[in-house]
Design a protein around this ligand. Structure first.
Ligand code: HEM
Length: 199
């Protein structure tokens, strides 16, 4: 997965991501640009609020966390669990099923097998490394891209379209961005590391 994540550099231009793609990922929950949410005509008279697209809604890392018994902070868990509402229901059920199953970590601990412990720790370490690398990606695609956009130096690649280079200001601090994002991502990475079995 880390190898696949590195391909981001070959295919996604940070300026295009920050100024064009990110806008479509911002959603309308906790978004100052749309404080009331959105009325879905023909569905509900009341406005509805939904988070934007995020790989936090993808099943795979939730499944690894549950399998490896990773325990995130209360605040991070609340966010991550909320993201499960956006998974296809059978995916969510799968993740919850793993969470309810007997603990793999406890099984390894009671087996006393050093090789199994080492293999388990390699998995946890790979997951923490993926999360560290993801932080590097977020820094490049959000923090650095934001600084360049603000300085008016964004240089989107070919095919970016006329709107590239100037992000809507209402989305500057919320959604996919902001320092709270790094606190969250680092906390999730650090609690992953804490999931290692000590010798
Ligand atoms: C331009 C590329 C990317 C950017 C800028 C980015 C940004 C972010 C941000 C800001 C969050 C915080 C939660 C949120 O606001 O939704 C997040 C969470 C997350 N992202 Fe990404 N992301 C990128 C690509 C990816 C990819 C390709 C993956 C797949 C491995 C991924 C996996 C995750 C996961 C699993 C989370 C939840 C936190 C965690 O479990 O560690 N992201 N991402």
């Amino acid at each position: 997965m880390s190898k696949a994540l590195r391909r981001m550099h070959d295919y996604v231009d940070p300026a295009v991501f920050y100024t064009v793609i990110r806008i479509f990922l911002s959603g309308w929950k906790d978004n100052p640009a749309m404080p009331q949410g959105l009325v879905y005509e023909g569905v509900s008279e009341e406005p509805m609020a939904f988070s934007g697209g995020s790989a936090a809604q993808s099943t795979v890392l939730h499944a690894f966390d549950e399998l490896l018994g990773i325990r995130h902070s209360e605040e991070s868990t609340a966010f991550l669990h909320r993201m499960r509402d956006y998974m296809p229901p059978p995916h969510r059920a799968f993740v919850e099923e793993i969470g309810r199953a007997p603990s793999l970590k406890q099984h390894l601990l009671s087996s006393g097998d050093a090789r199994l412990r080492a293999a388990f720790n390699q998995c946890v370490s790979a997951l923490a490394e993926l999360r560290s690398y993801h932080i590097t990606i977020v820094t490049k695609y959000i923090t650095i891209a934001a600084a360049k956009a603000k300085a008016g130096r964004a240089e989107p690649g070919d095919g970016a379209g006329p709107s590239a280079g100037k992000p809507p200001t209402a989305l500057e601090t919320k959604g996919t961005g902001g320092s709270h994002i790094f606190r969250f991502l680092k906390s999730v990475r650090d609690t992953t590391r804490e999931g290692m079995i000590s010798a």
